[in-house]
Design a protein around this ligand. Structure first.
Ligand code: 4AD
Ligand code: MG
Length: 477
């Protein structure tokens, strides 16, 4: 008899067959009914113990969290709540779980408490559902790109360049504290460090991805990125995963089409292939919404929101149009925004992005053609000389999901821009080479994977959609 997963057994249509399964006890009631979960599905299977023929010691050891191996017969269930159950003939305790010490009791725990027990929280319904959806989403990401002719590129994690020019990087060094050699002018002499230069953890694989796009045509990265920004928000992590496609001969319009098609495709994949987990998360969110005042409740359920995004066009709006809308909107006029929008050129804060998406357009929005001054050096300058071919995709409840651009492919314009921003040309000589040898229009974007998981699962805090979150003051586990 081969061991089956709970998911397989629940799909089976033949009763009276012998089954063997291994999993963890979620609950044990009346000395008879085990709710067994093995992670293969959100659903538990009920295993009915013949308590008269089971010794007391074994019964005592069937506790929440214990690992067990069960052999038995699959029968139609007598009780309500399930269609089938396993009549246990053999039960072995594989690993005990002391009920006085096990933190994950069969009751509602706060997410804060579960974050402190991140090594065990995946044993709850909510976290196991989130992590299965996360896994399926990452499969859908690869599936989409692989089926559309993209090559998967692994860009370096240790790098010498600051792709975003924001200076929010974690240093990588083998120098010991206070023992780093100094140069004549008293600065740390990185030429003697491991890599012979100053290095950091990457904030984005874009610059390296561009080099590959200029030979392979269509590429994407999907890897960890690191930002030492001291943002304690529900949407920021210090370590997060980014998906970055980069395509040669594609302009900003093509980039917007790609971002929209990509997001719709992965959401559709999850809607079709993760129904049980989504149904659970949908219900969880509905319950959570009920605790909020009426005015703050979402009009749509989680699944409705996902379908809405998958089935409707994103709204494309230029930065200039967005500023007009924001300047004249109620919260701006009534000074309800923390940062008031007075003039063209202002950087948009998350309160503005959310107003546009949640109140004004009520759908995902792609903002494009931002002022050059508030965007990164590599974005293509428009003919007006003051805006760049940037785009951000904004999502309800999340804000910025995607940031991207058509890249500056003109050597002289790029060099000028780097000079103006004090970016060392010698440091990025290889990036400039792309503009010297066979340069071409090209574009790409970065999508924060955890923000996508957040939107898909309806989880309010980004710390709850990555197994072990890294945030300021927190690197436990
Ligand atoms: O807008 P960003 O900074 O864009 C780039 O890094 C470009 N080089 C991408 C490219 O064009 N290839 O970051 C891209 C996305 C954001 O839209 C957001 O979803 C996510 O990455 N992101 C974060 N997610 C979680 N925690 C953080 N601290 C994040 N910072 C950015
Ligand atoms: Mg951005």
């Amino acid at each position: 008899m081969k061991k089956s997963s709970v998911a397989e057994i629940l799909k089976s249509e033949t009763f009276l067959q012998e089954v063997q399964l291994k999993g963890w006890v979620r609950t044990f009631r009346s000395n008879r009914f085990i709710a067994l979960n093995d992670g293969s599905t959100i659903k538990n299977i009920q295993c009915v113990v013949d308590f008269e023929n089971t010794n007391e010691e074994t019964l005592r050891r069937i506790t929440t969290g214990a690992a067990v191996s069960i052999k038995g017969t699959l029968i139609e269930s007598q009780g309500k709540g399930q269609t089938m159950e396993v009549q246990v003939s053999e039960l072995e305790i594989l690993g005990d779980s002391n009920p006085d010490e096990y933190p994950i009791q069969p009751k509602k725990h706060s997410f804060e408490f579960l974050r402190e027990n991140a090594h065990l929280r995946v044993r709850t319904n909510t976290f196991s559902a989130v992590m299965r959806v996360r896994s399926l989403l990452s499969y859908a990401v690869h599936k989409y790109f692989q089926e559309n002719g993209f090559n998967y590129v692994n860009t370096p994690i240790v790098t010498g360049s600051d792709a975003e020019g924001a200076g929010e990087m974690f240093k990588v060094t083998t120098f010991e504290e206070n023992k780093a050699p100094l140069t004549e002018d008293g600065k740390i002499d990185y030429s003697q460090d491991f890599f012979g230069k100053e290095t950091n953890l990457t904030v984005s694989g874009q610059l390296e991805a561009e080099t590959y796009a200029m030979a392979l045509g269509k590429v994407y990265t999907f890897g960890p990125t690191f930002r030492a920004e001291n943002s304690n928000t529900t949407r920021h992590l210090a370590e997060f995963w980014m998906i970055e496609p980069e395509v040669a001969f594609m302009d900003l319009d093509g980039n917007m089409d790609l971002a929209e098609d990509f997001i719709k495709s992965v959401l559709t994949h999850v809607l079709e292939n993760c129904k049980d987990d989504l149904a659970f998360l949908d219900n969880r969110l509905t319950q959570e919404e009920k605790t909020k005042p009426q005015a703050q409740r979402s009009e749509m359920s989680l699944v409705e929101k996902l379908k809405f995004v998958a089935d409707n066009n994103f709204k494309r709006v230029s930065y200039t149009e967005a500023i007009d809308i924001l300047r004249n909107c109620k919260p701006n006029k009534k000074k309800k925004f923390q940062f008031l929008i007075n003039e063209w050129g202002a950087d948009l804060q998350s309160e503005h992005e959310r107003y546009l998406v949640e109140k004004h357009f009520k759908c995902p929005v792609i903002l494009f053609d931002y002022p050059a001054d508030i965007k990164a050096f590599y974005m293509r300058l428009n003919e007006d000389g003051k805006t760049v071919r940037a785009m951000d995709v904004l999502f309800p409840g999340i804000g910025e999901m995607v940031g991207g651009a058509q890249r500056e492919e003109r050597y002289d314009v790029l060099v000028q821009k780097m000079k103006a921003l004090n970016i060392d040309e010698k440091e990025l000589w290889w990036y400039l080479d792309l503009r010297k040898f066979g340069t071409a229009v090209h574009s790409g974007f970065g999508l924060g994977f955890e923000r996508l998981v957040q939107f898909t699962t309806g989880m309010g805090n980004i710390r709850d959609v990555i197994p072990f979150p890294r945030t300021p003051q927190n690197a436990e586990f």
